[in-house]
Design a binder for this molecule. Structure first.
Ligand code: SF4
Length: 332
């Protein structure tokens, strides 16, 4: 959906017509202009031709109904994946993608294997949330959005910010800024820009290792922005915003789960406003996940040393919708 063009279409009409259209799309969640009963038939006909509201794609839901992965078809024939996670107390979280593929090639990530195809527009990013809002029962809404799907949001900075502002805008999705998180692999200029935005959206850093050697072997972006530079940017962000930073740490057996990793993590995080999310790895032929006992031990030791730590629940492994598993075949 190209929102700018749609908005421009209404330039020839009184302002309230655009408001009626916007309400129909984002509040009533219409799927066809036929349902926009407040708009005159002539306008609806024209809109049907020029701005179809269909969001083509397919989806797959886990047996427990908690995770749905959708593959959306984009206008140029590429595809993008997005995931809906439904928690027990019916909190609905959408994990959105910001790029088709990704150029950063993290070793533990299926998206990285695809290579980079292109950036998504803000319209394509918010369409992922719209897709799932339409699927929910009428008394439910999307409560949280995490920018943790395919791609590196800070390498598509402008469109990511536009999408965040539209999701937050009460006339569009009205999702609280504090209920949204953007995760970066550590793009330093993006972190600094984000610090200046005066926006309450959470910043998450995909950390995954506490020393340069290990991190560079897992995440090539660390060679460009090593830990010392990354943490300078993080300190700048914390000083500017007075907000804590979330850190994500995928535990990989024999790689980043040792005693020395615990010591280094404590050294990096203890004095900084932080929350550390430990993420159980979804096994592949490349890496082995740690045992549940080791995961608890690792968490316990970090807590004893003064860190704020949680374990991220993993959703949708069976349908390849969990962290690091998104990689649709966009090669066509
Ligand atoms: S983890 Fe994120 S940044 Fe790294 S390759 Fe995957 S999508 Fe890109």
């Amino acid at each position: 959906m190209n929102l700018n063009d749609l908005k421009q279409f209404f330039d020839d009409y009184p302002d309230y017509r655009w408001e009626q259209a916007r309400t129909a799309i984002f509040q009533q969640k219409i799927r066809s202009w036929n349902e926009a009963s407040t708009l005159p038939k002539k306008i609806r006909q024209e809109l049907k031709q020029k701005f179809p509201l269909r969001l083509p794609g397919s989806f797959l839901t886990t047996a427990d109904g908690k995770t749905t992965k959708a593959v959306l078809d984009l206008a140029d024939g590429l595809q993008v994946e997005t995931v809906l996670m439904r928690y027990d107390n019916s909190r609905n979280t959408v994990c959105v993608s910001t790029q088709v593929g990704c150029s950063l090639g993290c070793e533990f990530c299926a998206t990285g294997d695809m290579g980079f195809k292109r950036n998504l527009t803000a319209g394509e990013i918010i369409s992922q949330v719209l897709y799932f809002s339409r699927k929910l029962p009428s008394d439910e809404r999307i409560d949280n959005v995490v920018f943790m799907g395919m791609g590196e949001p800070f390498l598509n900075y402008g469109e990511t910010l536009k999408a965040l502002r539209l999701l937050n805008n009460e006339k569009y999705f009205n999702i609280g800024a504090r209920n949204m998180s953007v995760s970066t692999a550590g793009i330093v200029p993006g972190i600094k820009l984000f610090a200046e935005e005066n926006i309450q959206v959470n910043l998450a850093i995909s950390l995954n290792a506490a020393d340069d050697q290990t991190r560079s072997s897992l995440m090539p972006v660390n060679r460009q922005y090593p830990l010392v530079e990354l943490f300078h940017a993080i300190d700048y962000y914390i000083a500017k915003t007075n907000r804590k930073v979330m850190f994500e740490y995928i535990l990989l057996k024999g790689i980043n789960d040792g005693e020395k990793d615990i010591r280094k993590l404590v050294g990096l995080l203890r004095e900084r406003m932080h929350f550390l999310n430990l993420i159980p790895y979804n096994p592949t032929e490349r890496f082995i996940s740690v045992s549940a006992t080791r995961l608890q031990e690792f968490k316990h030791q970090l807590e004893k040393a003064g860190l704020n730590v949680g374990i991220r629940r993993s959703f949708g492994q069976k349908i390849k919708a969990a962290c690091g598993q998104l990689a649709c075949d966009s090669s066509k």
